[in-house]
Design a binder for this molecule. Structure first.
Ligand SMILES: [Zn+2]
Length: 234
């Protein structure tokens, strides 16, 4: 921080902005340190971040506006727990938005943007090698946000951030243990096709990629009464 003069709560308030607080909460959600269903208590967060409750309330309001948090009347604010139908809607929305995004950026990416995407892929591979699942999930989401950034459209980028955050929650809820967030090497193929300016190929690789991610999750919930209790406890 390097700010040795910050002593009073007012000073601390000046350091952590509403933006900082919501970014840090979002980071914790992306890394699965705040699992779905966690209750977020204003007073406790105010003490942790050394800011006023007003600031915490604004940060929580911002995240609940983006569906990342859910406010339950008389109960409090919780990290959202997307249902199975909502999880499917998140993937449907991503297929629509990300294939459109790919068509926008294919052949338009500068050397710097391509380098940023490749670097992210390398970091992702590194996290996977170290078996750092938190970093691996965060970086694989980050890849998709970087693509949205490349389109130079603040609204699209904001929407992709929201969809990627929801995907992190969906993965936390429905992941089969040990499966990666994004299948290995698929991001490489997408960037190769983008670099070659082949929008059609890049878009179909992206849709396939999202299908793969969705398939690794356990979203086929048995219908009521389908569970054989005898089999479960035998
Ligand atoms: Zn991915």
């Amino acid at each position: 921080m390097g700010n040795a003069t910050a002593k009073s709560p007012e000073d601390a308030d000046a350091i952590a902005s509403v933006e900082d607080i919501s970014e840090r909460i979002l980071g914790a959600i992306w890394e699965h340190r705040l699992p779905p269903g966690t209750k977020l208590v204003e007073e406790k967060l105010a003490a942790v971040f050394k800011v006023s409750r007003t600031k915490i309330r604004l940060a929580l309001a911002r995240l609940s506006h983006d569906s990342i948090l859910t406010v339950e009347p008389n109960r409090g604010t919780f990290v959202s727990s997307p249902s199975v139908p909502q999880a499917r809607q998140v993937f449907d929305a991503r297929r629509v938005v990300e294939s459109a995004l790919i068509h926008q950026v294919a052949g338009q990416l500068g050397r710097e943007q391509l380098a940023r995407l490749r670097k992210n892929i390398a970091l992702e591979a590194d996290a996977r090698e170290r078996d750092d699942r938190r970093a691996s999930i965060r970086l694989s989401g980050q890849f998709h946000v970087l693509l949205a950034q490349a389109a130079n459209n603040a609204f699209l980028e904001k929407y992709m951030r929201e969809l990627c955050s929801l995907t992190c929650l969906v993965i936390a809820l429905y992941d089969a243990p040990g499966t990666p967030a994004c299948p290995f090497h698929e991001h490489d193929g997408i960037v190769d096709a983008l670099e070659a300016g082949d929008a059609g190929k890049a878009a179909s690789l992206m849709v396939e990629h999202l299908n793969h991610v969705e398939k690794t999750l356990r979203l086929e919930m048995p219908q009521d009464g389908e569970i054989d209790l005898e089999a479960v406890f035998s």
